[in-house]
Design a protein around this ligand. Structure first.
Ligand SMILES: [Zn+2]
Length: 302
């Protein structure tokens, strides 16, 4: 059984507090992973505020325990207080991941702008999101990233076309079942796509019967494929903060079952681009997640 842990870092606080904790936990378990970091400003407060405004700010704050989950500074980031940079504010943490043998990839520039407005952005605006993100990565590492993960699993034909020109080894922009070449509106893109194959913890946390660590670990172990790569997306803001124990328990259970943890870049290096199946990228919704995501169409031609 092969597992790739894809750790998305969306916020300044996630990078500052969640990432070091996860890195320590993974190192002591002897497990590797791939981190994808939003390179630009942390405007997550804007996205959170919008959710709260829609549902009644105070009630939502209480129900979701948003302040303890995200921190007050995150909620105010880009709203009452200026947005903070993410990767460029904490380059030491970003570099220490690579020094410890983890993969570091790009999770967009302005995560909120990409996730909320990708279809409103024109080609020049999407290009600038990508170029700014890659520039920030190069400023930290003096080399180009090999992997990209779209914020919020949202992509479109313009983004895919532009990403094809960035010299990536792979991308992980969608949800699906197995690596493929993406097709949208008749166009086939070159960069191999390695989709997230499992539901995320924040999607399943409130399901009936999944209210303790043991049942959550069992849920995931039951869904791991023994034959094909399991790509599990986790969040620095969730598994790196309040759900760290759950994350550690899952990693331990998988290790005990003999799972091999791989970095996505290493897995991607073994893919033969010309032999990958092609698959349409569709838009769909997922239980437990608000709004649409990009996904590999079922029954992709093999
Ligand atoms: Zn994200």
């Amino acid at each position: 059984m092969e597992i790739a842990l894809k750790i998305d870092v969306d916020t300044h606080r996630g990078l500052e507090e969640g990432v070091p904790r996860m890195a320590r936990a993974l190192a002591s378990a002897g497990v590797t992973a791939s981190f994808y970091i939003a390179m630009g400003p942390d405007n997550s407060g804007r996205a959170l505020m919008r959710v709260f405004k829609n549902r009644g700010f105070a009630g939502k704050m209480m129900r979701t325990r948003a302040v303890s989950m995200y921190g007050l500074r995150t909620i105010l980031s880009g709203t009452l207080l200026p947005s903070r940079p993410i990767a460029l504010a904490l380059p030491g943490i970003v570099r220490s991941l690579a020094d410890a043998g983890f993969e570091v990839g790009v999770h967009g520039y302005d995560h909120v702008r990409w996730q909320d407005r990708i279809d409103d952005l024109d080609e020049a605006e999407i290009r600038s999101e990508l170029e700014e993100a890659f520039e920030a990565y190069r400023a930290i590492f003096r080399e180009s990233p090999r992997g990209f993960a779209a914020p919020g699993w949202r992509t479109n034909a313009i983004a895919m076309k532009l990403l094809d020109r960035m010299g990536l080894l792979y991308r992980s922009d969608t949800r699906g079942t197995a690596p493929y070449r993406c097709c949208i509106e008749g166009a086939t893109f070159d960069t191999p796509e390695i989709p997230t194959t499992l539901p995320t913890l924040d999607e399943v946390l409130n399901r009936p019967g999944l209210d303790d660590t043991a049942s959550i670990v069992r849920f995931y172990m039951d869904r791991m494929s023994p034959e094909s790569l399991n790509v599990h997306t986790v969040h620095a803001e969730t598994e790196g903060m309040q759900q760290l124990d759950c994350f550690v328990a899952l990693v331990r259970a998988a290790s005990e079952r003999g799972a091999r943890f791989v970095r996505l870049a290493d897995f991607a290096a073994g893919l033969k681009r010309d032999e990958l199946p092609r698959g349409e990228v569709i838009r769909t919704t997922l239980e437990g997640r608000a709004g649409w995501i990009s996904a590999q169409a079922p029954n992709a031609a093999r």
